[in-house]
Ligand binder design. Structure first.
Ligand SMILES: Nc1nc2c(ncn2[C@@H]2O[C@H](COP(=O)(O)OP(=O)(O)OP(=O)(O)O)[C@@H](O)[C@H]2O)c(=O)[nH]1
Ligand SMILES: [Mg+2]
Length: 312
């Protein structure tokens, strides 16, 4: 198990005790171990997330009986995290799946028609860190109008997916994809419907801003638009400003690699927290209440509304 601690640390891209600059580092390492000191935590990429570092520290304890059992380590390392991508059609949800996977798994299309027509699950192991994720690529949401059957269909499918994940370990994060442009009404409405209405604000939401390959510093978009996002009452727990394309003759290769690193780190951070789930019965009760407020807004009718809700 001690060796296991070292192996996990090697996975971070850095040798344990590489901070020791000496011709005979092994002598220093023996002294360090005898004094109960482990190797330093690497801060380079790929970063080691807190739960992994905690396990590494415990694997390195001097008394074997205090170290975790193999099952516990295996479980912590192989736990799968669930992420749902959502957003308008054509913003790059499927391209984001491919960016994370590092290969073309999902079909993407530049055509005006919606490309992804049903929720599709992509199990991906990020090979450099043994990190398992299930990515759920959902149908693109267009302008929300109640007479738009396609929009309602997309919401119904999304609702089924969200509820079904309760039995599969919950959801670790929503990846709300938007193009780097003005924060339109459609963006706001999609956020309200998907995050507030379907997910009941229970699931951490990350904002993924795509199409930034032409920016010298992709993060500048956030600095310039943070206030607009706040005004639109969109509240992400985190964000990434990225590009998902390499471009003609790999012109954007460096920004693509930077984007992948940023997204993987974000998934690791979100994945290190407990998953959330949306319970259908709780969801229905809350929706009935909201609908009740919406349908019976006046004070006089308040009592009747109470009765209706109690009876429901
Ligand atoms: N320039 C640029 N193009 C992108 C980026 N991300 C995606 N695209 C392109 O935009 C088009 C649509 O991307 P998709 O990934 O299919 O978009 P989607 O959100 O899955 O679309 P639907 O499945 O129709 O909802 C494709 O041609 C992508 O190559 C980006 O960061 N920059
Ligand atoms: Mg798609």
């Amino acid at each position: 198990m001690f060796a296991r601690g070292l192996i996990i640390q090697i996975l971070s891209g850095r040798h344990p005790w590489s901070e020791i600059i000496s011709e005979r580092p092994e002598l220093h390492i023996v002294v360090m171990i005898s004094r109960g000191h482990g190797p330093q935590r690497p801060n380079s990429h790929p970063a080691i997330i807190d739960p992994d570092w905690d396990i590494i520290q415990r694997c390195l304890l001097r008394k074997p009986e205090l170290r975790p059992l193999a099952d516990e380590v295996l479980c912590a390392r192989t736990k799968t995290r669930n992420f749902i991508m959502f957003g308008e059609a054509g913003v790059g949800k499927s391209a984001l799946v491919n960016l994370i996977a590092g290969e073309d798994l999902a079909e993407t299309s530049a055509s005006a028609q919606i490309c992804t027509l049903k929720s599709t699950e992509y199990p991906v192991t990020v090979s450099d860190s043994l990190f398992h994720v299930n990515l759920f690529d959902t149908m693109g949401l267009d302008s929300p109008t109640m007479n738009n059957a396609g929009y309602l269909d997309a919401l119904v499918k999304a609702h089924k997916l969200i509820v079904s994940l309760k039995n599969r370990g919950g959801i670790h994060g929503l990846l709300f994809c938007i193009k780097a442009s003005r924060v339109s009404n459609t963006v706001q409405q999609n956020y309200r419907l998907f995050y507030e209405f379907l997910c009941q604000e229970q699931v951490p939401l990350a904002l993924v801003i795509t199409n930034l390959e032409n920016e010298e510093n992709m993060e500048d978009w956030w600095t310039m638009n943070k206030a607009h996002i706040e005004n639109a009452r969109i509240v992400p727990v985190t964000h990434v400003c990225i590009t998902t394309i390499r471009g003609y003759q790999n012109a954007y290769e460096a920004r693509y690699i930077e984007s992948r690193k940023k997204v993987l780190n974000m998934l690791k951070e979100l994945g290190s927290c407990d998953a959330c789930s949306v319970d259908e019965s709780v969801w229905f009760a809350r929706m009935s209440k909201k609908l009740g407020e919406f349908l019976v807004p006046t004070k006089e009718l308040g009592k009747n509304r109470q009765k209706m809700l109690q009876a429901a």
